[in-house]
Design a protein around this ligand. Structure first.
Ligand code: PA5
Length: 446
């Protein structure tokens, strides 16, 4: 099976090859810090060897649980937020057909990743006449958004089919020992999976957090893991100039040093939009610290060429672009000939739509490079579990090295707490009494 490829030829108008090669020693040092667990956040490196370390017993447990949920459910609601949601959604959306769910698999719906009352109200309405099950995912077990969604949906389920039948339809993925969700799951005898202490949310897609929903959606998790395994192999075996992970990490840092502080992840297929959302969390939450870090943005072309294209071409020159390009499509559709040719498209008659898409991609890349936007291209041979597994591990490892190049801890997220503190104070959560009055005064002023 073919591997994903990185093409860096369109960064060279902006950086010199010598500058890139000068990173060799530095990257080796950062990789050594990862391997020897001597860098910041080194107690969160469980993801590094995960593709090789996950056991057959764990995989079988996930597959059996998925098969059981598939058998009894029209719909499986996956509750979680951030790293406890984005990986599964990214993989499922990348692999699912555009217009229908995968055959013979239940519909997968995500919840607990927002606080929209309408979303949750409509969801409860939608589920009324469905056989549904719940996978609830929260490492801390205390995150507000999924806790609210779970409380609501659990009540709906219990009222519909009774407490004891509900217990067979709820799976909890959380810390092995601690947190409100662990306590509840133990008390209610739910099937559970534990998230290892040394794997943070945004690095957890290859644990049950990602694998169980992906298996429930009918996708091959063995191939996903094999893909990640292959990228792990490539990332340790290849020398600097052939190592996609090292090259990507080094180029990002080099461009950042030259003032390119926004990276746009571009795709030419809408199915990759949630890979971009996952990537944004991975890099944003890992690198945005100590007033540093590249801001991760994303676009889907050609759609967004008609909205953000102007800015990318001629706006502030602080951006670079990483393009996810799918080499081979699954289906084929040619542009038909038309005898009247009112739309003047006959010059394209007989050409597959993907040919037009690829020309748009090439033309855009050249225009953006001419306009001052460096371009990194990542080619995915075909959308499959194997290629997506490679891509996920590629980004995870690049992100860790990239974070170490910045000198920050890529594995914590202290800034995420700030909004929570204010929200809890405003909500009057017990324990936040002191902050509540102050918060209310500040909000009044606004
Ligand atoms: O990457 C992270 O650690 C975060 O995005 C978490 O995944 C997110 O905040 C959800 O946390 P939890 O799984 O504890 O509910």
């Amino acid at each position: 099976m073919e591997n994903i490829q990185i093409d860096i030829s369109n960064i060279f108008p902006f950086i010199q090859l010598e500058e890139l090669n000068a990173y060799k020693a530095l990257i080796n040092k950062k990789v050594q810090m990862l391997n020897e667990k001597t860098g910041k956040g080194s107690d969160f490196l469980g993801w590094l060897g995960l593709p090789n370390n996950i056991t057959q017993k764990e995989i079988d447990d996930i597959k059996n649980t998925a098969a059981n949920l598939q058998k009894i459910s029209d719909v499986i609601v996956v509750i979680g937020i951030g790293g406890s949601y984005l990986g599964a959604r990214a993989v499922i959306e990348a692999l699912s057909p555009h217009f229908k769910k995968k055959t013979n698999a239940p519909e997968i719906i995500f919840a607990g990743h927002n606080l929209s009352e309408d979303y949750h109200h409509e969801l409860t309405e939608y589920l009324k006449d469905k056989d549904f099950s719940i996978i609830v995912i929260s490492k801390s077990g205390t995150t507000t958004e999924p806790a609210i969604a779970f409380r609501i949906l659990r009540k709906e389920l219990e009222e519909k089919i009774g407490k004891s039948a509900s217990q067979q339809r709820i799976v909890a993925i959380t810390d092995a020992q601690q947190g409100a969700l662990r306590t509840l799951a133990n008390q209610e005898h739910y099937k559970t999976f534990a998230i290892a202490d040394d794997i943070g949310g945004r690095y957890s897609v290859l644990t049950p957090v990602g694998l169980l929903p992906i298996a429930c959606a009918g996708f091959n998790i063995d191939e996903l893991i094999n893909g990640a395994k292959k990228m792990l192999e490539l990332s340790v075996a290849e020398s600097f100039d052939k190592n996609p992970v090292y090259q990507y990490a080094a180029i990002r840092h080099l461009l950042y040093q030259k003032g390119k502080n926004i990276e746009i992840l571009a795709n030419y297929d809408l199915r990759l939009n949630f890979i971009a959302e996952w990537w944004k969390q991975l890099f944003g939450e890992s690198e945005g610290k100590e007033h540093q870090g590249i801001f991760p943005a994303s676009v889907s072309f050609t759609t967004d060429l008609h909205s953000l294209g102007q800015y990318i071409q001629e706006g502030l020159r602080n951006i670079f672009e990483t393009v996810l390009s799918i080499e081979t499509t699954h289906g084929q559709l040619k542009i038909p000939s038309d005898k009247d040719n009112f739309d003047k498209l006959n010059y394209l008659a007989g050409k597959p739509i993907d040919f037009v898409n690829k020309m748009a991609e090439k033309g855009t890349m050249l225009a953006h490079v001419d306009g001052g936007v460096p371009n990194i291209k990542i080619t995915i041979p075909k959308l499959s579990e194997f290629s997506i597994g490679q891509l996920l591990y590629f980004f995870e490892k690049s992100c860790a090295i990239s974070g170490y190049l910045l000198g920050i801890n890529p594995f914590n997220q202290p800034g995420v707490e700030a909004y929570k503190k204010n929200m809890f104070a405003l909500l009057g959560k017990p324990g936040f009494e002191k902050e509540t009055e102050d918060m209310r005064q500040r909000v009044k002023k606004h």
